[in-house]
Design a protein around this ligand. Structure first.
Ligand SMILES: NC(=O)c1ccc[n+]([C@@H]2O[C@H](COP(=O)([O-])OP(=O)(O)OC[C@H]3O[C@@H](n4cnc5c(N)ncnc54)[C@H](O)[C@@H]3O)[C@@H](O)[C@H]2O)c1
Length: 374
């Protein structure tokens, strides 16, 4: 990742201090469907917060996704990774089109970026904002406050397998999961460090299915115990994924940091998005914690073809993902500003898209956030 560029804003004889203004280059892939609607709203918020905090964002837009596929037969060009690499971060909307198989869109854009940039930690916070109704009865704002940490580069998504007798009646498909000690160790360690940094319930829950998957998930369980031994101040809990799903519903307030494999983390974070009131509020970060490569920030949701083009998609998941990007770029005050503005807009409850029971447009919800940014 290259260093942030600097541009002199004012030069005098030294009597006035000259503050170098940081310019951060953000690669932007709006993608498909509602991605094209939520990403421009996030850029509006980023521009506003940048002005307030004395930085500038240079957005580099890449028109990759389904349209690119229809034109060129691939989701992004051959040199795409090289184009993204010099950027400070990547902001993504969503990929997916009803006329393209989902495995083509996912494997043609999202997964190669996550793997090429070793974005092994997929961080998906679940926070019930005051003023938002959870489908679970009796929960008040703030009572759900946990983070799903999903292993993002191997496991069930490793793309190892093949077909025999393809497209014939006796067709056979084999898909193998790949779990490495290194891969498990680093994601579990990340989860413990995150629990320590959050300083909240100081608990890490490991999610597996080691009763049935006695090789891969046994390696996960043993590695989890080894890493846990290095964090005596953090409580631990191990749940099978079916029990974890049940307890997300039964006692969501008990969770702090939940760590699981690529597939389990994906499924559980959709459940947690529903618990906090809407997919439209679920943000995520794909992090390369070593910072060798740019990290990528995107909402948990997909391209939502059922509501695309209607101007009613909730932009807050993407705006909150942009706040996670600010935090990763070490602009903590700016990140808190955006989060506070989102929380204030939700608490007031006037501007709400239909997924939250309102009738506001995507743009009106962003306007409400911008009004509270000051
Ligand atoms: N990271 C990604 O790019 C990603 C993630 C998931 C799915 N997908 C793709 O997206 C496409 C659609 O998938 P899906 O329907 O299973 O999931 P989805 O997340 O796109 O939509 C699920 C449901 O939630 C609603 N929804 C989602 N985001 C919303 C928002 N911000 N505001 C209001 N309502 C919202 C949708 O209208 C839909 O009813 C598929 O092609 C799939 O492969 C992409």
């Amino acid at each position: 990742m290259r260093n942030a560029g600097e541009a002199r804003v004012r030069l005098s004889l030294g009597y006035n201090s000259v503050e170098p203004m940081k310019t951060l280059t953000i690669a932007v892939i709006a993608g498909d469907g509602v991605g094209k609607e939520v990403v421009p709203q996030s850029k509006r918020v980023l521009d506003a917060v940048a002005k307030k905090h004395g930085v500038a964002f240079a957005f580099q837009d890449f028109d990759w996704g389904a349209d690119h596929f229809f034109r060129w037969g691939r989701m992004m060009p051959a040199g795409a990774i090289d184009l993204l690499q010099p950027c400070d971060a990547i902001l993504l909307g969503a990929v997916g089109h009803p006329e393209i198989p989902d495995h083509t869109t996912l494997n043609g854009l999202l997964l190669p970026i996550r793997r090429s940039f070793d974005q092994y930690a997929n961080v998906r916070p679940a926070y019930l904002y005051p003023g938002v109704k959870s489908p679970l009865a009796g929960l008040k704002g703030g009572e759900i406050d946990f983070v799903v940490v999903r292993e993002n580069t191997e496991g069930e998504y490793a793309q190892v397998g093949g077909r025999v007798y393809a497209l014939q009646p006796e067709e056979v498909a084999i898909q193998t999961s790949v779990f490495t000690r290194r891969g498990i160790e680093r994601i579990v360690r990340f989860a413990f460090e995150l629990a320590a940094r959050r300083g909240k319930k100081m608990r890490v829950t490991s999610v597996t299915k080691s009763n049935a998957l006695g090789y891969s998930m046994d390696l996960w369980d043993r590695t989890f115990s080894e890493v846990a031994g290095k964090f005596p101040e953090i409580q631990t809990e191990s749940l099978l994924v079916d029990a974890a799903a049940m307890n997300f519903v039964r006692r969501p307030e008990s969770f702090d940091v939940v760590v699981g494999s690529n597939l389990f983390g994906d499924i559980l974070s959709d459940l947690s998005a529903a618990l906090i009131g809407s997919m439209g509020l679920a943000a995520s970060a794909n992090l390369d914690p070593s910072r060798r490569f740019p990290s990528m920030f995107e909402p948990v949701h997909g391209s939502a073809p059922d509501i695309a083009g209607k101007g009613i998609v909730n932009p807050l998941a993407t705006i909150l993902s942009a706040a996670m990007m600010l935090e990763h770029l070490e602009m903590n005050a700016a990140a808190r500003d955006v989060e506070r503005a989102v929380a204030a807009a939700l608490a007031e409850g006037k501007a709400r898209t239909p997924d939250l029971g309102g009738a506001s447009s995507t743009e009106e919800v962003t306007d409400a956030v911008l009004a509270r940014l000051g």
